[in-house]
Every structure is written in C-alpha cells, then in structure tokens.
Design a binder for this molecule. Structure first.
Ligand code: UTP
Length: 409
C-alpha cells in the first residue's frame, strides 16, 4: 500500500483538498511528498503523554564524573600527541549539523550565513571555519568537513559558502548531504499544508545525521579514506574547538565509543542537557526533565552533582555508529509555531505555538554508544552559543565572549 492509499487510515484526506485544481506537475509533486512522508510518526501522538512521563522518569539517574580541566591540563601533551597523530593519519572528520532553521534567531537564511559582526562582516560559518583552521595549522593537515543541510537551506548554504570561498577551507575537503524532512501537524494530528500542492515539512531534528550520511553514500568515501571518528558539532557555538586534538586524544585513550565536551553549568537551571548515567548508561537528560531537586543536589564537595552540561560537540566512533544505525531512536514531539495555509488558501504565520514537529535528537545517540568520556572544557573559552538575537545565549553575549578570547568583530 502506498502512502497515498493510507491517507484515509491516517485521517489525512485533507491533503488532497485542492487536487482537482492542480496542474499535472503539481499533482506529481504532491504525490511524491505524500509517498515519501513517514505517516507512522503520527501514531506517536496518541501516546505522547506517556512518552513524556517515560522520558521524565528520573528513578535510575546517577551523576557521571567528567575528566576535569585540571586533570586534562596535566596530561595535555600526551592527549594532544595522540590527537594530532589521528588527524594526520586521516582518522578524524568534522560533521557540522547545519540543517536547523534557527527560528529563534529570526534569520531567514542558513544560520551560518548570519553576520554577527559590528565593525566588520563576521559570519557564524566564518567563526567555525576559523576555529577549524587553527587546528589544521597546528596539525599541518586539513581534515574532511562534512556539512548536513536540509531541503530548506541546502542550495543557499552551498551558494553562501562558495561565494565566500569557503572562508579559506579547501573546497575539495568539503562535502554536503541533506537530512530527512518530517511533516508538521496541528494539535489534532492533521498535517499542515504550506500550499495547495505542498505539505508542511521541516527538518526532522539533528538526531538522524548518521542515517542521512549513509543514505548520501558519503560515509563510504570517509571510510575508504580511513576515517574512524566523527566530530559532530553544532552551528551555534562560535567559540568551540573543532577536531580539538586534546579532546580526540583523550577520547581515543579512554577506550570509550564516544567523547562529549561538557561545561560546568553556570546555574542549576541553565538550559543545557546534563550528561549523567541512567540505568548505568551515559545519558543526556534535558534541563526540563531533570527536575529542581536533582538539578540542585550537591555532592560531598558542595558542588552540583549534575553539573556537567553538554555543548553539542561529540566525537563518535564510526564503527559503533554503523552498529546502531538501523536501531529505533526516540522521537521527540515538539510544540512549535508552524506557518500554514488556512482554509481560505491564505498563508498564516502564527504568533504562538499551533502544533507539533517531530524530531530525532543527537543527544539520544550518546546512550547508544554505551560508553562515553565526559570531557570538561572552560566555558569562558569554548562556549558561546547563539540561539537568540539578544539576552541569554545570543549574538550579543557571543560577541562579548569572542572579544574576551581576542576575536573582535
Ligand atoms: P537547535 O536545536 O538550536 O535548532 O539546533 P535550530 O533549528 O538551529 O534553532 P531554533 O530552535 O529553530 O531556534 C542545534 C543544532 O542542530 C542543528 C542546528 O543547525 C544546530 O547546529 N539541527 C537542528 C539540524 O541540523 N537539524 C535539525 O533538524 C535541527
């Protein structure tokens, strides 16, 4: 049975409301979107509340200690040598999660094309690539940079980077692939339309990156080139070290399947996921799932027990990623403002949340890795996330942190 025939079963017949008005090309396009759409995710809406309870169950949580900054400093030379060697041998690549929409920033283009400069042009992409070039200089080699985009920003991302000559990174070292899209729906589970022949589709979260990488075939190219480790990082943090040799070396020597950079939270309620143990496995618990009591609990030294927060910079073993790629990931149902076409055929940009998007999250991969090195970095030197224009985690706060680190823009 094609998805086209499943419209009735899933209560989505409204998607064909304008069928008779459509041109042949539009009909074909709509048909393809319907056939490609994964309607089964809509079933998850039925047990949404149970799922939330399950995710919130904090019964078997325990703190996971990190390799802390002072310990790292003592072994820095050893870690760095191992990391540099891995980079020189081509065992590590960087993978940028660039499929997000940056809605909080309110920028229509790809988030990386946002100009955060005041005295000069300085783009988010440029900040990330500069950070990579620092490492390349140190290691004396370039490493592959793989960029995940989405249908919404793929062309613009490629064009923008080309226009800026990839900010000095060698073009032949860069690859792009697209992530999957998922339909968005209203509170009754009806998929929104964005046009008479256009379903409302949005990127399906940052968790499906490896599946999409495999679908693109680029994984094979990386494997053949000898890549064993993938440093996954987000677009937001303009201070992060990418393919940081010390982090790579520490992770390799730890014998774990992954490394996660963490910072010491600046407050119990800071909006970062806590890396801890759940039923003995490394797990990232979102700040809103941890609960006030655990978030404030202190250890014997008077420090927060769950103080290590992730900054979306992970080193994943490619071998382990292959082992789990066909496994089922938890699907997160997120309330969002979803632009849609109303019954009168007009586009509406809602002021407040009006439905759900479905997302897989990279944080869930850490649990599947079974073992994880929690690796502390200095937040003043490595954590300047840009989520908003102003206020907390914003362009303004990131500029100030960049300036503290000698990057005046
Ligand atoms: P965020 O969760 O901050 O989402 O992404 P966002 O889309 O950038 O911003 P908002 O929530 O709309 O304001 C964290 C990282 O994950 C990537 C983003 O590009 C960013 O690097 N991401 C997010 C994807 O690659 N794909 C997605 O579907 C979602």
């Amino acid at each position: 049975m094609t998805n086209f025939e499943q419209l009735k079963e899933y209560g989505q017949e409204h998607l064909l409301r304008y069928w008779d008005e459509l041109s042949d090309a539009e009909k074909q396009s709509l048909k393809e979107q319907i056939n490609e759409a994964d309607f089964t995710i809509l079933k998850e809406l039925a047990n949404k509340d149970e799922k939330v309870m399950d995710e919130n169950s904090a019964g078997a949580l325990a703190p996971l200690g990190a390799l802390e900054i002072d310990e790292i400093d003592k072994k820095k030379a050893e870690f760095e040598a191992v990391g540099i060697k891995a980079l020189q041998e081509g065992k590590v690549c960087a993978l940028l999660l660039g499929g997000g929409q940056g809605t909080r920033l309110g920028h229509t283009g790809p988030k990386g094309s946002y100009n955060i400069g005041v005295t000069r042009d300085f783009y988010i992409f440029e900040a990330q690539i500069n950070n990579m070039l620092d490492v390349c200089k140190k290691a004396g080699c370039y490493f592959p940079l793989v960029i995940m985009t989405s249908d919404k920003n793929d062309e613009e991302t490629r064009r923008f980077l080309k226009e800026h000559a990839y900010f000095g990174y060698p073009e032949e070292k860069i690859r792009f692939f697209r992530q999957e899209m998922a339909p968005s729906c209203d509170y009754n589970g009806k998929i929104y339309m964005e046009g008479k022949a256009q379903l409302s589709l949005s990127p399906n979260g940052n968790g499906g990156w490896f599946k999409s990488l495999v679908k693109s075939g680029i994984d094979k190219e990386l494997k053949e080139a000898g890549v064993e480790w993938i440093n996954v990082f987000s677009m937001d943090n303009v201070l992060q070290r990418i393919c940081d040799p010390v982090f790579i070396g520490a992770t390799i020597l730890s014998g774990t399947n992954c490394g996660a950079k963490v910072v010491s939270k600046n407050a119990p309620g800071e909006k970062v996921g806590a890396l801890c143990l759940k039923d003995g496995l490394p797990t990232i618990v979102e700040y809103y799932e941890l609960g006030d009591d655990l978030a404030n609990e202190l250890d014997e030294n008077g420090k927060l027990k769950y103080r290590f927060g992730v900054i979306l910079n992970y080193l994943f073993s490619m071998k382990r990623m292959y082992e789990i790629v066909d496994g089922k990931m938890p699907l997160h149902i997120v309330e969002k403002k979803i632009p849609y076409m109303n019954e009168a055929g007009e586009m509406v940009k809602p002021e407040k949340e009006n439905g759900y998007k479905f997302e897989y999250l990279a944080i869930d991969t850490v649990r599947d890795m079974l073992t994880c090195l929690s690796y502390e970095v200095d937040r003043e030197k490595e954590f300047a996330p840009i989520k908003n224009k102003e206020g907390v985690d914003s362009v303004v706060s990131a500029r100030a942190l960049l300036a503290k680190n000698g990057v005046i823009c």
